[in-house]
Design a protein around this ligand. Structure first.
Ligand code: ADP
Length: 390
């Protein structure tokens, strides 16, 4: 058997931990598996604090991986004892938005998902969702396993852009655990807050309600194995996405802005939010959207929203510039039609997204290499994903 994440998870389903009725995978004891060559990092979260029980579990895990998969595997196990878990039914809640999301003080990891990338813009309407779906589709085209969580509670547009409007999420049983089946389109798995509301229904998601719904969508969706999970965050720097980014081990954030001054001021605010101590999500880079408009058969570029503002901002803040997307009528049309323009064959638009997705993966790999191993989920097993082949 090959030493990879899938085989390890399957093998560890044979082990139970004292005090848990289910095996360590379905009971959530197994939180994280990373494979780097012959090195395996395993993260456990247990409720039984007895040292003996933990040691026994670690030995069982090592033994079964050595006997069933690869006898020379170098296994490192980190075992965390679950701290006090908030009772969701208790009425001593302070009603703050974050209290619903921070189930444990540690960021939870989503089993099977390698890298979580948040796409953010402090200002609405700058093209955050457009870039999310096109980057996701561009990476799926290259063989990567990609998912999108559309967390834009103010206007979930991913279902329209990916042609899955009206999808009704169904419950499925995975290893006896109830999960929600995501929609799938163009090879991308999609879960959207829009699936739970009717398009013409004016739903005002209240903060705690939205946080709770998003938390469930993240952890209860049957994502399967993903190389990348993109989070299309709501615009702004509100409490909802503060709590969201604190609850998740986000590998990096991408900030989208147009080059105009008002958008840039907001972008600075958004960057500060990710960089503040309590959040500390690395910024993978900035993307300038609606960089200019060039009419067909014309050489002249019209810098409708100002020239190169995001490029200057990235220099000023010493943050990577991931690329620029001009204003394309075909990009808007493709979004409205429900087929991301990045899926087109060798058009100007698709080339732009091919380049930006390549930069995103490069920055992600660089970032994962520089980070201490325990901090975030790292990329592993991207065998079929040509985007990262050197
Ligand atoms: P946000 O998610 O930031 O609110 P959207 O992605 O929904 O913004 O984009 C707003 C509108 O602008 C959409 O109609 C979209 O099709 C269009 N749009 C975004 N970027 C571009 C672009 N580069 N060229 C043309 N239209 C664009």
């Amino acid at each position: 058997m090959d030493l990879n994440k899938k085989n390890i998870i399957k093998t560890l389903e044979k082990i139970t931990f004292s005090g848990e009725a289910d095996n360590i995978v379905s009971s959530g004891v197994l939180q994280n598996v990373q494979v780097f060559g012959d090195q395996v990092d395993i993260g456990l979260l247990v409720s039984n604090p007895a040292l003996q029980a933990r040691k026994r579990l670690e030995v069982d895990i090592m033994k079964i991986i050595h006997s069933d998969i690869y006898e020379k595997a170098k296994i490192k196990i980190t075992c965390e004892v679950q701290k006090k878990v908030k009772n969701p039914d208790s009425d001593n809640s302070d009603n703050s938005e974050s209290s619903d999301v921070n189930i444990s003080s540690e960021a939870k990891k989503i089993l099977g998902v390698d890298s979580i990338i948040a796409i953010s813009s402090a200002k609405g309407g700058v093209g955050k969702s457009t870039l999310t779906v096109n980057l996701a589709a561009s990476l799926a085209k290259k063989g990567c396993k990609v998912g999108i969580l559309d967390a834009d509670i103010y206007g979930p547009s991913v279902p329209t852009m990916m042609d899955v409007e009206g999808y009704v999420p169904k419950a499925v049983k995975i290893n006896d655990v109830s999960k929600i089946e995501p929609a799938e389109s163009y090879g991308v798995k999609i879960m959207s807050i829009g699936f739970f509301t009717k398009l013409d229904q004016a739903v005002v998601w209240r903060g705690p309600m939205a946080s709770k719904a998003l938390n469930q969508m993240i952890f209860d969706t049957n994502w399967g194995d993903l190389d990348f999970l993109f989070l299309d965050l709501p615009p702004g720097t509100g409490d909802i996405h503060l709590s969201l980014v604190q609850a998740l081990p986000i590998n990096g954030a991408i900030i989208v802005s147009t080059p105009q001054n008002v958008a840039l001021a907001d972008a600075r605010r958004g960057i500060k939010m990710f960089q503040q101590d309590s959040i500390s999500v690395p910024i993978l880079g900035l993307i300038e959207n609606m960089a200019y408009f060039q009419a067909e058969e014309s050489d002249e570029k019209n810098y409708i929203f100002g020239e190169a503002g995001v490029k200057y901002l990235s220099k000023d803040l010493n943050i990577e510039f991931l690329g620029e997307v001009p204003i394309y009528k075909s990009l808007r049309e493709a979004s409205d039609f429900g087929r991301p323009a990045s899926l087109q064959e060798s058009t100007d638009v698709s080339k732009v997204f091919d380049n930006i997705s390549k930069s995103v993966v490069e920055q992600l790999l660089k970032r994962n290499k520089d980070l201490p191993p325990t901090k975030v989920v790292e990329i592993t097993n991207l065998v079929g994903c040509s985007a990262i082949k050197k």
